[in-house]
Design a protein around this ligand. Structure first.
Ligand SMILES: Cc1ncc(C[n+]2csc(CCOP(=O)(O)OP(=O)(O)O)c2C)c(N)n1
Length: 949
């Protein structure tokens, strides 16, 4: 409302607020101005002189005012008329204008510190001077040192009295915004969040006021961190440990972060981090027995981990920690591959699963990043983007970037185009603290703010802790080859602990002896542990699964007890009926309503039904049994091929209705389906993470087309197929990957069966290519009902979704089971001269071709589960005479599909009774032709070859 003050309008507004709270807190002139503005009696007086004298400014304003008034009715118009009168009167007061101008400049200065102060903060322990150092000069604001001793109202500035001299104001701002903490927060969109943070920082000058006990605690943790590294360095010379030296504040701050978190109602933290400082975190935060770490360094039993396990700085751990609030907090450090940052969405998924089990804000993700990786890896924005999405949000993640200002040998100027390594996080408009890692108390201050902010506003917070790396990338690496100057500087630096000891000693908090004795104690404890380790056997595999996982198992396929996946016909009818019922006020799209009704009618009347029906019944039966079902993927609600329609949209209001969720709510189960962001690696990782903390449920990630899954190859290679081998961690995740050669071109045909089969070993995953609705029904149900947890990759259909012969009946669901192999029932084995073995959609093409050519001497057998293979295949083939030709028929080029895998492995399963050969497209670089006509011709030739003499 104070537009006439131009760029100072905000300042006058704040003054006005201040005046309202306490009239005496503003200057006399301003008091008179606001009095006139607010008092009806003074109004007449104030309005009088303005009436005949309206200057240009006031008239122009009055035009604006009228425009505004029209929108707000007569009352508002009258108010604005009055207001213009006051304003005109005030504006004629030259002195008032001058005072407004100078105070406005102070206001701009205050604002500049808030917005730009981080650029001048002393955040870099290697001391690089801030770049645009003149930006906050008084002269830039029309002020000068002559104004230093003038007192100004401290409008909106917390932590000073109501008035303060310019000198005091600048000192306050500089301490708050330009000391060891530089903060980016004015881009936050929610005013309350911005204001809360501003007040929290300004009222404390952004310093943690630690008491002596806390200071000693910090010092102890810095000592633990430093001595651990030095001890390992000395005793296991030449081993990689990815030392935390230079970043020791990380340990002190994690220690207190956990404490604050517990004090703010957090019961559980899931941590994701890479190699740097991980052993230190394991020893000093996760409470891992250092004897075990020493034993892993010694690595003295070569037989123990043949072909499995992982390096020590990738291992996860969990523990319960007592905190000073008396509350215990559960910590999990996620197992981590070498691939930097990919663990982040896995952690988020884990947290979400725990939250969905009922502890919403009580579980918090904590991600520790490297500076080079944070800016370089695309998984970071993918993860950040999920922070506010209904199906993926976790109530705010704390990000701690251990910014040692180097990535292996690469410096920031070669690493990023942005000023800060955290700039990518600005996309989600959350606070970013840049903090000097050599000032542990500053790091602790931002950690406190971060926890408080997350708990209040449910948003992410980013802490960029600038530090350095005392050694090379690992300890055997010479950093002086590539960073000679930087390391000259680092070589001269005392340790972070030493800097803190000196500071505490200078301020009289401790004597240097206290510092030394803490060091000696820690040293002695490690010496003792090492002696004990030498005498005992402390080499450990990752811990066995506990808690929610105790009822489940992994291991070999052969040991698995089958589950009964049948559902009675009556129950199926009930479920289908329930799924077709919509709320009376819901206006469904008529075509979709018809689909729901058809599903119900077909089930009720025993007629064959399609894939979508079977899939729905599998979900329905599980949620009705109290299970959790989560399905996420691009356009998963409708389904890429419109076969699913799990969620309906009201034609009038656009509101969503998910019948399965409704069914679930009555049973205590849950059904959630989400259209995911357009990401593969981020979302697959999230859902994989979800499966790690939801063994009891069915967790499905669906690709738009199967080939897009290769955008998530890291998650497949580094987690899904290898986690059991490396970390003894299980997952029952289902991946639905649409696959099939239907003339849609190179990119929509192949989900790369060959890749999954190449990754198959030691019964690590299940790979299926299914052909009937009943098969998907039983496959999904057995995935949950068995106690065996193994990732399940399903090459799901496209045209089969609607193929007239790809149907099943209620009987198939009520009496059937999952079949790894489906034998031929249309031919008499005694007449069979050739067996076509196939999998997936080509089966229907082969059947049609056989029908057309009236061949009853050719059997067609379907291999529905490509991995693990077992005697089901041997049995299905046992009815054919020795020497019968067995031909694997695949649509894919020879070098793709299942052929190479089967060629290498089939004999080991079925022996060499039946001579094996192959029919396929010729080997090719690209999976399929781009021409539909060429595809049709290729398919015709493929089929003729399969039937040729
Ligand atoms: C995806 C990926 N690419 C490359 C590497 C190899 N690598 C390991 S550490 C590292 C440097 C990481 O730098 P930064 O993120 O700053 O962490 P720092 O090691 O400095 O703590 C690189 C390139 C990797 N581990 N993961």
């Amino acid at each position: 409302m104070f537009e006439q003050f131009g760029i100072n309008a905000g300042f006058v507004e704040e003054l006005h607020v201040r005046y309202r709270q306490s009239p005496m807190s503003v200057d006399e002139q301003w008091r008179a101005f606001f009095e006139a503005l607010e008092s009806p009696t003074k109004h007449d007086h104030a309005n009088g002189p303005a009436a005949g004298n309206g200057n240009g400014h006031a008239q122009a304003h009055s035009v604006n005012g009228n425009g505004h008034a029209r929108a707000n009715g007569d009352g508002a118009q009258a108010a604005i008329g009055k207001y213009n009168g006051y304003a005109s009167a005030a504006l004629r007061d030259e002195r008032l204008l001058a005072a407004a101008a100078v105070q406005g400049r102070v206001y701009q200065l205050i604002n500049a510190y808030r917005v730009r102060g981080h650029l001048f903060a002393k955040i870099d322990p290697l001391g690089t001077p801030p770049e645009a150092s003149a930006e906050l000069d008084l002269a830039n604001f029309g002020l000068s040192e002559a104004d230093y001793d003038t007192a100004f109202p401290t409008v909106g500035l917390t932590g000073l009295g109501e008035r303060a001299t310019l000198r005091e104001i600048v000192a306050h701002l500089s301490a708050t915004y330009c000391s060891s903490i530089g903060v980016e927060f004015t881009h936050i969109e929610e005013p309350e969040a911005r204001e809360w943070l501003q007040t929290a920082m300004e009222s404390t000058r952004n310093r943690a006021s630690l008491d002596r006990t806390e200071m000693l605690r910090v010092l102890t943790r810095l000592t633990d961190a430093e001595i651990f590294e030095q001890f390992v360095h000395k005793n296991f010379l030449g081993s990689k440990r990815f030392s935390a030296e230079g970043a020791e504040s990380m340990i002190a701050t994690l220690d207190l972060l956990i404490d604050y978190a517990a004090g703010r109602g957090i019961e559980e933290i899931v941590i994701g981090m890479a190699h740097r400082g991980r052993l230190n975190v394991l020893a000093n935060i996760m409470g891992k027995n250092v004897r075990e770490i020493f034993a892993a360094f010694r690595d003295s039993n070569p037989e123990r981990n043949l072909g499995r396990g992982d390096v020590k700085y990738h291992l996860g751990a969990s523990c319960d920690r007592n905190t000073s609030s008396g509350r215990s907090i559960h910590l999990s450090l996620a197992f981590n591959p070498s691939h930097l940052e990919f663990v982040n969405p896995v952690v988020e998924g884990r947290v979400r699963a725990k939250q969905d089990r009922g502890k919403r804000l009580g579980v918090m993700p904590l991600l520790i990043h490297g500076d080079a990786a944070f800016m370089g890896q695309g998984i970071i924005p993918e993860t950040l983007n999920m922070a506010g999405l209904e199906g993926y949000a976790t109530g705010g993640t704390i990000h701690l970037v251990v910014n040692n200002q180097i990535g292996f040998t690469t410096l920031p100027q070669d690493s990023r185009s942005t000023r800060y390594c955290t700039d990518i996080s600005r996309m989600i408009k959350v606070p970013v603290f840049h903090v000097n890692g050599e000032d542990p108390e500053a790091v602790i201050q931002v950690t406190r703010l971060a926890i408080e902010f997350r708990q209040r506003f449910g948003k992410d917070v980013v802490i960029d802790m600038l530090c350095y790396r005392r050694y090379g990338h690992n300890e055997g690496d010479e950093p002086r080859f590539t960073q000679p100057v930087m390391y000259q500087l680092i070589d001269q630096k005392p340790t972070v602990r030493q800097v803190y000891v000196d500071k505490l000693a200078r301020s009289g908090q401790i004597t240097l002896e206290v510092g030394n004795s803490l060091k000696a104690e820690r040293q002695a404890a490690l010496e003792l542990a090492l002696e004990e380790e030498k005498k005992g056997d402390y080499l450990r595999a990752p811990s066995a699964l506990e808690g929610i996982w105790t009822a489940y198992c992994g291991g070999p396929d052969a040991n698995v007890t089958e589950a009964d996946t049948r559902i009675s016909e009556e129950r199926l009818i009930e479920l289908a009926t329930s799924l077709s019922q919509l709320p009376s006020t819901f206006q469904a799209n008529s075509k979709i309503k018809a689909i729901l009704d058809t599903r119900r009618e077909r089930i009720a009347s025993g007629q064959p039904f399609d894939w979508g029906t079977a899939e729905h019944l599998a979900f329905a039966s599980l949620v009705a049994e109290g299970r959790r079902v989560r399905l996420s993927g691009q356009d998963a609600r409708r389904g890429t091929f419109s076969h699913r329609h799990a969620t309906l949209f009201d034609t009038q209001s656009g509101q969503r209705y998910t019948p399965l969720a409704n069914l679930a709510s009555a049973s205590g189960g849950s059904f959630e389906v989400y259209d995911s962001p357009l990401s593969e690696q981020g979302v697959l990782a999230f859902d994989y993470g979800y499966s790690l903390d939801c063994p009891e449920g069915l967790v499905i990630w669906e690709a738009q087309f199967g080939d897009f899954a290769n955008g998530a190859q890291v998650i497949i290679d580094q987690f899904i197929v290898s986690a059991e081998d490396k970390w003894l961690r299980l997952s029952g995740l289902v991946m639905l990957l649409p696959h099939g050669y239907e003339g849609q071109g190179p990119e929509h045909s192949s989900a790369r069966i060959e890749r999954f089969l190449q990754l198959s070993a030691s019964d690590n995953i299940q790979v299926c290519n299914l052909t009937t609705p009943a098969q998907i029904f039983h496959a999904l149900r057995r995935q949950v009902l068995r106690k065996w947890r193994k990732p399940l990759v399903i090459f799901s259909p496209k045209s089969i979704l609607r193929h007239k012969e790809a149907t099943s009946t209620t009987r198939d669901l009520a009496e059937g089971q999952f079949h790894r192999v489906i034998g031929d029932t249309e031919t008499d084995p005694r007449n069979v001269k050739r067996v076509l073995l196939c999998s997936g959609k080509v089966y229907y093409d082969l059947v049609e071709a056989r029908r057309a050519s009236k061949r009853d001497d050719i059997a067609i057998v379907r291999l529905e589960q490509l991995y693990p293979l077992n005697e089901a295949l041997t049995e299905a083939l046992s009815v054919y005479a020795d020497g019968t030709r067995l031909i694997w028929v695949q649509e894919e080029p020879r070098n793709m599909g299942a052929w190479y895998f089967l060629h290498a492995n089939l004999r080991g399963v079925i022996g060499d009774r039946l001579p094996l050969s192959v029919v396929s497209r010729p080997a090719a670089a690209s999976p399929a032709t781009g021409s539909k006509a060429s595809h049709d011709l290729e398919q015709k030739r493929l089929l003729s070859e399969a039937f040729a003499e």
